[in-house]
Design a protein around this ligand. Structure first.
Ligand code: BG6
Length: 535
């Protein structure tokens, strides 16, 4: 994993060192931070340059990296798409995109400097000649700007274009590194396939051209500061790991709740559903970070080996019977979210009136290894829930004996909640005596919030991930085998759901927008004598 801050030397006059010292005046926790590791200059070749992802995420992330001094001045962007733009029209469009979506304000002088490195190449994704023209253009940019033959191919396109782009990059020799002396890496956005078979096929297609070490599959959850902090929390502290196991933990709950509906993505979502859109990637990644063994080193393959072992230990007997019993799919109807009346899923644009797509999924999984055997992991995610919140709650067992019988209430068992977003932080619940005469015990919270402790805004996930790809650090990217292991968990759900007959458990259960999903999801956990956490 890229380490971007280390204790600074006490002396020294670097710009970042000075920045660190001035921040230190405001907050001692930030004393001595020194931004390090600036990547070599490169050209980011942005396929799908005129699309939503390029506008909202990629370009704003690049400019913010530049603003932070983490992108060398020679770095360039080459937008590639079908529209007949010129460099100038593309720059003008990107100026608007960055103004609308940048995390931090971009000064006109900084933009002017950055925009000078933005270029546009018109071309389609399937014509080999277009890639030869692309190769020539890249050589010219290298010569003009000093990008040294380093190329980051960024696929911000619909997934149907991945195959043709990769194949044509290979044909044009753009995958090769040694010939020109620079590096060539490819960034691919999810979805990585539609099921296990297509996930494997996509991996094969990509790996026919690129080596795994050149491939960076983005799961933007892994770039979130609080997700990265799960590892620091677990392995940078001595007191949690000894109790992080079946002996002390009763169960784990992972929630990824969204209040939004389709936001114009109906046709994409009809094909995906919550299971493919969130469970297959973001949630199973969260699960593997919480459940993994300590890696032998803080380095890409060591980390990914351990995450993979978790995914492979998930329920080896994930039979049809288990899937039917332990998975609940839901779909929102109309209702009220945040005081606004919203339409049901089937009334969203581009959604079939009789759609069976899941906008909610809850499930109970077990990680069958020595650390976790018999500890259930309950996962739930959905659209149009009451609020946007992502949290991992580790519920500890009760103490073996309750001594405080006089207490008028039984305190809840200890709980550790890792709040991923919003209001990022960590909460520990424990029992405390009420400061009154007598011996009453109540549950209280010890609450850490990033914002108030570090008084800073975390970088966007895309800034972190793009920078890491440029640095050649793949720790926060999913490896081919992880993707396939995740499909191994999800595909049986999708297969059974597709064949489910009316009235069967795996059919979508309706729920009212603005609620926490269908009642069947409550039954799933209540069956075990537990409850979903109220968030
Ligand atoms: C994306 C999904 O991967 O993640 C979206 O395709 C979802 O449907 C989004 O809304 C959630 O991301 P975040 O960062 O807002 O939690």
């Amino acid at each position: 994993m890229a380490v971007r801050s280390t204790p600074a030397r006490r002396s020294g006059t670097s710009r970042s060192g000075a920045r660190g010292r001035s921040r230190a005046l405001a907050n001692p926790l930030r004393e001595g931070l020194r931004l390090e590791k600036v990547p070599e200059p490169c050209t980011v070749v942005l396929f799908g340059a005129t699309g939503d992802l390029a506008h909202r995420r990629v370009l704003p992330a690049l400019v913010n990296l530049r603003r932070a001094g983490l992108l060398p001045a020679e770095s360039s962007v080459l937008g590639y798409a079908r529209r007949p733009y010129t460099d100038e029209t593309y720059r003008a469009e990107m100026a608007v995109a960055v103004a609308d979506h940048s995390r931090l304000p971009i000064e006109p002088a900084l933009w002017a400097d950055f925009a000078a490195g933005i270029h546009y190449q018109q071309g389609d994704f399937t014509t080999p000649e277009a890639y030869r023209a692309l190769a020539d253009r890249l050589d010219r940019i290298d010569a003009a700007r000093g990008t040294r033959g380093n190329r980051l191919f960024y696929l911000a396109t619909p997934p149907s274009a991945y195959g043709p782009i990769v194949e044509n990059l290979g044909r044009a020799g753009l995958d090769r590194e040694q010939r020109r002396g620079g590096w060539a890496r490819i960034v691919i956005e999810k979805p990585f396939g539609h099921d296990l078979e297509s996930g494997r096929a996509l991996n094969r297609e990509v790996l026919r051209v690129f080596r795994e070490s050149q491939v960076y599959r983005i799961d933007h959850y892994l770039g979130k500061e609080t997700v990265r902090n799960i590892l620091v929390f677990r392995f940078g502290n001595g007191i949690f790991e000894p109790v992080w196991n079946r002996r002390y933990i009763d169960h784990v709950q992972i929630t990824v709740a969204e209040d939004l509906g389709m936001e114009g993505r109906g046709s994409f979502y009809e094909e995906a559903g919550a299971t493919r859109d969130i469970l297959q990637n973001h949630m199973l990644q969260l699960l593997s970070l919480v459940a993994m063994e300590p890696p032998i080193a803080f380095e890409a393959d060591a980390l990914r080996d351990e995450k993979l072992r978790v995914l492979r230990s998930v329920d080896p007997d994930w039979t049809a019977e288990r899937v039917r019993r332990d998975v609940v799919r839901g779909q929102y109807g109309s209702g009220w979210v945040g005081g606004v009346h919203v339409a049901g899923y089937r009334d969203e644009p581009e959604v079939a009136a009789d759609s069976e797509t899941d906008t909610f999924v809850a499930l109970r999984l077990e990680v069958q290894n020595w650390r976790w055997a018999d500890v259930p992991f309950y996962l739930r995610t959905g659209k149009r829930l009451p609020k946007r919140t992502t949290e991992i709650a580790v519920q500890f067992k009760r103490p073996p004996l309750m001594l405080f019988r006089e207490s008028t209430s039984d305190p809840e068992p200890n709980l550790l909640a890792l709040r991923i977003q919003p209001d990022e932080g960590i909460l520990l619940r424990f029992a405390a005596k009420v400061p009154e005469l007598g011996l009453d015990v109540r549950s209280v919270n010890m609450d850490f919030t990033y914002g108030s402790s570090f008084s800073t805004e975390a970088p966007e996930a895309y800034e972190t991930l793009i920078l890491d790809a440029m640095l050649g650090d793949a720790s926060l990217f999913t490896r081919a085998d992880e993707v396939e292991a995740a499909w191994g968990i999800v595909s049986p759900i999708e297969e059974l759901a597709a064949g489910a007959t009316p009235g069967e458990e795996l059919r979508v259960h309706p729920y009212e927008a603005g609620t926490w999903g269908p009642e069947a999801a409550d039954r799933l956990i209540e069956r075990d004598g537990r409850r979903w956490r109220r968030l």
